[in-house]
Ligand binder design. Structure first.
Ligand SMILES: Nc1ncnc2c1ncn2[C@@H]1O[C@H](COP(=O)(O)OP(=O)(O)OP(=O)(O)O)[C@@H](O)[C@H]1O
Ligand code: NI
Length: 347
């Protein structure tokens, strides 16, 4: 391609990551008060890259994903700060928070798709799975019915469903949980997304099926060179699915970097605590879930502590940590952490 490609000639964009979230703040205005569910989240996802977002229940992982998709109920949820920039197929940098609803619908149909823990939330009980996928193909890619139907069959086979012609005629309730999750993935792929946000897609499945779905997502992501955000509270899955990881604690990202680097040399005390909690080769728990023997609990999002959110549970907290909010700092290029003491605590 010429260095002066049309996107650049139009002055549309500088090269950069596929998705860039900066200092995002999504708050819920409830009767009990303001829930600062996402309060200063910064992360980025490169083209074709898999980023895991890991953190305890309630840390703001899902709200982060839903904010990117602009799927939150506007009556209570409000984005009060920050930016979300997405580079579309034409290289344009889109400001997702500034887009109209119809522009955003086009982004959801063509660029970003999301899957959830409960496939029934995405599937319509009264249509066959084949009809639903074909409809998505028809709407998003503008194909005629016959082409859309064969694309649907092809997608079902791509997600590892055997005898896809027969399965296409099934209704969602006629399928097993694992099979339904495969159908939901096929539905998400119908628009050929460049970014797939997978929010705990395997949490409800038993360990064997979970492993199969993880493998499937990894394969699809590589084959399609699709970027993925994989949301999980299970640190064990992170190394299996992701190139990079963002660790969330109490509505913020406290560490981000290459998976191998972060797992081998975590710099934030919370990441260190999470890693030391991974049971060694423990496949005995039914969901393969990680328990959290970190002393203390996640702060109440209605009244988070002053200073570093982790300070009440941190063994290394000093006065400064109780009054000032540590910013994300570069540990080295591509690895950030939000701890005043990361350098001191080295070694
Ligand atoms: N609609 C809502 N109204 C008010 N508060 C909400 C709403 N949705 C989420 N929250 C709150 O926002 C915070 C973050 O929730 P979120 O669902 O993002 O957590 P999570 O990290 O995805 O947790 P989990 O692992 O349990 O899915 C929580 O305190 C939650 O109670
Ligand atoms: Ni969640």
């Amino acid at each position: 391609m010429q260095p002066n490609s049309s996107a650049h000639a139009a002055g549309a964009t500088e090269p950069g990551p596929l998705l860039e979230v900066r200092d995002l703040r999504t708050h819920f205005f409830t009767e009990a008060g303001v829930v600062k569910a996402v309060n200063g989240v910064t992360l980025s996802v490169g083209e074709g890259e898999a980023l895991a977002i890991v953190g305890e229940s309630g840390s703001g992982k899902s709200v982060t994903g839903l904010t990117v998709m602009r799927l939150l109920e506007r009556t209570t949820a409000r984005v009060v700060g920050g930016s979300i920039t997405f580079r579309d197929r034409r290289g344009r940098a889109l400001d997702l928070l500034a887009m109209s609803d119809s522009q955003m619908q086009a982004v959801r149909g063509n660029e970003i798709a999301m899957i959830f823990q409960d496939p029934m939330s995405s599937l319509n009980p009264v249509f066959t799975v084949g009809e639903q996928i074909a409809e998505a193909v028809r709407v998003h890619l503008g194909k005629d019915r016959r082409t859309a139907w064969s694309a649907a069959i092809d997608l079902l086979s791509q997600v590892g469903i055997s005898d896809p012609e027969r399965r296409a005629a099934s209704f969602p309730h006629q399928l097993s949980g694992g099979m339904r999750q495969r159908v939901m993935i096929a539905l998400a792929l119908a628009c050929d997304p460049r970014l797939l946000i997978a929010d705990e897609p395997t949490t409800a499945l038993d360990v064997t099926i979970q492993a199969q779905i993880i493998e499937l997502l990894g394969r699809l992501q590589r084959e399609r060179r699709m970027a993925m955000i994989f949301v999980t509270h299970d640190l064990k899955l992170v190394g299996e699915v992701a190139d990079r990881v963002a660790v969330m604690y109490a509505s913020q990202v406290v560490e981000e970097g290459d998976v191998e680097e972060v797992l081998a040399r975590p710099r934030h005390p919370y990441t260190k605590a999470l890693i030391s909690c991974i049971p060694r080769r423990d496949y005995s728990s039914p969901q393969g879930r990680v328990l959290h023997p970190i002393p203390g609990t996640l702060p109440n999002p209605l009244s988070p502590p002053e200073g570093c959110r982790f300070n009440p549970r941190c063994a290394y907290a000093v006065d400064r940590c109780r009054t000032q909010d540590p910013p994300l700092e570069d540990v080295r290029p591509g690895h950030t952490t939000a701890c005043f003491r990361w350098k001191e605590l080295e070694g």
